[in-house]
Design a protein around this ligand. Structure first.
Ligand code: COA
Length: 335
C-alpha cells in the first residue's frame, strides 16, 4: 500500500453446502475412478449445491460467519468474488448485502474466476486506502456444479461448491493482519483456455441459439496446468520481493486449490517445502473464487495458520488472471 492506512484482516468464515460428493459417487455417472481422480488431482470429495440453492445462499452463510468472527461495527462495503452469479444481471452482491441486513452499503461483484477472491481483496483494500470504506466484507462464493458439462468427465470431477469470506478493516501497515503487498495480472491472449462461451453479448449478438455445450464451462486442462504453475510461482516471487521476505522466512503458502499437483509444482518452483503448502483441495476440490478463503478458514481452524506467521496467498484463473498477497497472520476469533 502507498498510504499509512492499510487494510487489516479482522474476521474469517466459510461454508460449504451439506451434500458431499465422493469420487465413487462420480464414478457412477462418468467413466472415471477414485484412483484416477486422486492421482491426477488429489481430490477425494467435494460439496455440491442441491437444486434450489444458489451462489447467494452460500455467500450469505459464509458472510454471516465472517461478520461474527470480526465482531465490531457493520461493514460499509461488500465485494463478492464470483463467476457463478445468481443471474447475469444484476450482480449478486446487493442481494447478499440485503440478506445480511447490511442496509444500503455499496455492494458489487468482481469476476476474475479462480483469482476472483484476490482481486476482490485488492479492490476492498483500495476502498479502504482511499478512505471510501472503513470495513469491507469480502466474500468468494461459487456454485460451479451448476455450469459443469455433464458430458465432460474431465471438468466434472475437479470442481466443488462453497464460500469463504473475510472482513477487512482500516488499520496500520505494521499491524498483524495488514495486507502488505499485492501483485495482480492478466493475459487476455488466454481467454479461450477457460470459458463459458454462451450467455454473454458476444454469443447473443450472433442471433443464433447457443449450442448446449457452449452454455457449460470448458477448459484446456494441460495448458491451464502449465500456466497456473508459471503464473502463481512468478507472482509469488514478485510479492516476496516487494515485502522483503525470503522463501525461507515464509511459514505458509496458501495457493488456489485447483489441483494438488499444481500446489506441489508451485512449491517446488519456489523451493518451498511442499508440506508447508496449505491443502484442502482433497476435501472441497476446486471452488474457484471461494478457494482461497475456504483454504484459509480450514487452515486457521486446524491450527496450521497461527498468529505471527508469514503467509503468502497466490491464485490463478480464467481470463487469464493471477494474483498474490502477503500478510502476517493475525489473532482471529473463528466463528
Ligand atoms: N477420469 C478418467 N480419465 C480421464 C478423466 C477422468 N475424469 N478425465 C480425463 N481422462 C483421461 C483423458 O481422456 C486422457 O485419456 P487418453 O490418454 O486415453 O486420451 C487421459 O485421462 C489424460 O487426459 P489429460 O487431459 O491429459 O489429463 P491430465 O493429466 O492433464 O489431467 C486435469 C487433467 C484436468 C486434472 C489437469 O489437466 C489439470 O488439473 N489441469 C488444470 C485444471 C485446473 O486447475 N483448472 C482451474 C485452474 S484455475
Amino acid at each position: 500500500m502507498t498510504t499509512d492506512r492499510a487494510a487489516v484482516l479482522a474476521g474469517l468464515g466459510a461454508w460449504v453446502p451439506p451434500r458431499t460428493v465422493t469420487n465413487d459417487d462420480l464414478s457412477q455417472q462418468f467413466d472415471t475412478s477414485d484412483e484416477w481422480i486422486r492421482s491426477r488431482t488429489g481430490i477425494a470429495t467435494r460439496h455440491f449445491v442441491d437444486p434450489g440453492m444458489a451462489t447467494s445462499d452460500l455467500a450469505v452463510e459464509a458472510g454471516a460467519r465472517a461478520l461474527k468472527s470480526a465482531g465490531g461495527p457493520a461493514p460499509d462495503a461488500l465485494v463478492l468474488a464470483t463467476t457463478t452469479p445468481d443471474r447475469p444481471c444484476p450482480g449478486t452482491a446487493p442481494d447478499v448485502a440485503e440478506r445480511l441486513g447490511l442496509g444500503h452499503i455499496p455492494a458489487f461483484d468482481v469476476s476474475a474466476v479462480c483469482t476472483g477472491f484476490l482481486y476482490a481483496l485488492a479492490t476492498a483494500a483500495g476502498l479502504i486506502a482511499a478512505g471510501l470504506a472503513e470495513r469491507v466484507l469480502v466474500i468468494g462464493a461459487e456454485s460451479f456444479s451448476t455450469i459443469l458439462n455433464p458430458e465432460d468427465r474431465t471438468t466434472s470431477v475437479i470442481f466443488g461448491d462453497g464460500a469463504g469470506a473475510v472482513v477487512l478493516r482500516a488499520g496500520r501497515p505494521e499491524e498483524p493482519g495488514a495486507l502488505k503487498a499485492f501483485d495482480l495480472g492478466s493475459d487476455g491472449t488466454g481467454v479461450d483456455l477457460i470459458t463459458v462461451r454462451a450467455g454473454g453479448s458476444q454469443q447473443r449478438s450472433t442471433g443464433l441459439p447457443a449450442a448446449l455445450e457452449d452454455t457449460f464451462f470448458s477448459m484446456q486442462g494441460q495448458q491451464v496446468f502449465m500456466q497456473a504453475v508459471l503464473r502463481m510461482s512468478a507472482s509469488s516471487r514478485t510479492v516476496l520481493d516487494q515485502v522483503g521476505w525470503s522463501v525461507e522466512e515464509l511459514d505458509a503458502l496458501v495457493g488456489h486449490q485447483a489441483n494438488l499437483r499444481i500446489l506441489h509444482a508451485v512449491a517446488d518452483k519456489l523451493k518451498f517445502p511442499r508440506e508447508k503448502a496449505v491443502v484442502n483441495v482433497d476435501k472441497v476440490a476446486n471452488t474457484a473464487g471461494a478457494s482461497i478463503p475456504l483454504a484459509l478458514a480450514d487452515a486457521a481452524a486446524d491450527g496450521t495458520l497461527r498468529p505471527g506467521q508469514k503467509v503468502l496467498l497466490t491464485a490463478f484463473g480464467g481470463g487469464l488472471t493471477w494474483g498474490s498477497v502477503a500478510l502476517e497472520w493475525p489473532e482471529l476469533d473463528l466463528a
